[in-house]
Write a protein that binds this ligand. Structure first.
Ligand code: SF4
Length: 509
């Protein structure tokens, strides 16, 4: 059995992924999205740019023969090469001691090979079985933060290296996208790594399939997403409820609240004694379970009997007034490329209720240098309708207006009054109603209401890939796809706003 650094990395992120990568049916895996391929490519380019600063040597061995790779790496280490790139480290016995080791049958444990591939092995003064030098593992990650999983993998490299060179490196390094060099605290991380390794081995040796838990952040780019989501749907798993995080789910499990039925009948006050459910989260989660179970829209804090809590009414009135029908309404959505802080498209749908017309305006920077120009085009457009409310979905549009105003030193009178005209439809939805959906993202809400995007594959991440591809190839069909997607986002916001204002009017006025 082989236990690799990438399995350990997967296990840190999601034990189920590490399990499925070994035992899952590979036909159920999705092919990687364009966005994931872009991330992989960006990481690889970053790694190459860092590595090019070093005078390194690589082990040469027949492709796929990792035993030969490990031998070639060891020869380079013995020769005292300054920097080794793409080395292979293998130990064929248990050097990864852990508190749980004794619980694992020793004959099985001894048959495990631990394999790791540190990006760089860098020679330092010290003492090892090779001479008066030691090697320090260094990984290169295009990440803003030294994520815990990266540090744990560094500890894994270090422990294997200890066995090979008979000297534990005093540290391990991460070279990060923004932060540069980060020193890993091995003393702290080795213990965590040993615990994870023992759990990982126990899971794989005993074929223990971890429970599914859908978390939008973690599962978003995972190849097993469709397969796991189907399992979660069949089980009506509580992780499909917005607001049920893994920490909150752990509390619910300890209370034996693992079904929609049991959660929906729970008294929220019982939950609110746990820190995970304070500040109204308890009632929100219970109400979410009720909404999904009954497949109906519930006013926030509305009791199951349909009686409306008087405390919520002033808030609901206030928010529903924000959705008042104005003669002209603007719906605004931005497309951005966050990795280079570029906002390249400002789409505005102008709905003129006096003449019953809808017209979409697109302010698009075909080159990143045009960002300032399209920013001012956007301002010119919205000031043609000086009192029209500007509806948008989530905070990004407000943050961007502030960012661009600062960046291009726009006079305050041109942008500050806009902030008062902005109405965040996401905020109004989440503060007034509970919907029987999995997430309060624009797509989930609008689709639940029956709205469909012309290109069902389009999303924000995809539009980043399209724009990048446009810059490289000049293929205008990519820009067209972005514009259609942005226009549909504006229409979806309009669709939700119209539905919500009607719903709130009927329920509370
Ligand atoms: S989809 Fe989510 S739960 Fe399933 S393996 Fe991937 S990360 Fe884990």
């Amino acid at each position: 059995m082989f236990i690799t650094d990438s399995q350990l990395l997967s296990y840190q992120r999601c034990p189920r992924k590490a399990f499925l990568d070994v035992y899952g049916d590979f036909r159920e895996q999705e092919s990687p999205s364009d966005f994931l391929l872009k991330l992989i490519k960006d990481s690889s380019e970053f790694r190459s740019s860092i590595v090019s600063n070093y005078n390194y040597q690589m082990p040469h061995y027949p492709r796929g023969n990792i035993i030969a790779g490990a031998k070639a790496t060891e020869l380079l280490m013995a020769a005292g090469v300054d920097v080794i790139y793409k080395g292979v480290l293998i130990i064929q016995e248990s050097a990864i001691k852990s508190p749980l080791q004794n619980q694992i049958q020793s004959d099985l444990f001894l048959s495990i090979n631990f394999v790791s591939y540190p990006d760089l092995l860098i020679k330092q003064p010290g003492y090892s079985r090779f001479g008066d030098w030691v090697y320090i593992p260094t990984d290169i990650k295009l990440s803003k933060r030294p994520k815990l999983e990266y540090q744990i993998v560094s500890a894994f490299h270090a422990k294997i290296l200890e066995n090979i060179q008979e000297s534990l490196p005093e540290t391990a390094w991460l070279i990060l996208g923004k932060k540069g060099l980060y020193k890993v605290n091995l003393e702290l991380r080795i213990q965590q790594m040993q615990e994870s390794i023992s759990e990982l081995i126990a899971m794989l040796q005993n074929s223990l399939e971890p429970e599914v838990f859908i978390s939008r952040q973690k599962c978003n780019l995972c190849a097993w997403y469709s397969s796991c989501h189907a399992v979660a749907e069949t089980q009506k798993h509580l992780s499909l409820l917005p607001g049920v995080t893994s920490n909150r789910y752990a509390v619910l499990k300890s209370l034996n609240l693992t079904t929609l039925e049991s959660l929906s009948q729970t008294n929220p006050d019982d939950l609110e004694s746990y820190p995970e459910f304070i500040d109204g989260v308890g009632i929100q989660v219970v109400q979410q379970a009720q909404s999904v179970l009954e497949n109906k829209v519930i006013l926030r804090n509305e009791k199951l009997t349909g009686e409306i809590d008087s405390r919520i009414l002033p808030i609901a009135y206030y928010l529903s007034n924000k959705l008042v029908n104005a003669p002209v309404e603007l719906y605004f959505d931005i497309e951005a490329k966050p990795d280079i802080s570029l906002d390249y498209l400002h789409g505005v749908l102008v709905v003129d209720k006096r003449y019953n017309t809808e017209k979409f305006y697109v302010n698009l920077a075909e080159n990143p240098q045009d960002e300032e120009q399209v920013w001012y085009q956007f301002l010119d457009l919205v000031w043609k309708y000086p009192i029209a409310p500007i509806y948008h979905f989530c905070e990004y549009e407000i943050q961007t207006v502030k960012r661009l105003a600062k960046l291009y030193q726009t006079p305050a009178y041109q942008w500050k009054p806009l902030l008062k005209r902005f109405v965040d439809i996401h905020q109004v939805v989440t503060q007034t109603i509970t919907l029987p959906i999995e997430s309060y993202a624009l797509k989930n809400i609008a689709r639940w209401l029956g709205f469909e995007w012309r290109n069902s594959e389009a999303n924000g991440a995809q539009s980043v890939c399209w724009y990048e591809e446009w810059l490289k190839t000049g293929d205008r069909s990519l820009l067209d796809a972005i514009v259609i997607y942005n226009e549909d986002d504006c229409y979806a916001t309009y669709y939700i706003k119209e539905w919500l204002s009607k719903f709130l009017r009927n329920r509370i006025q």
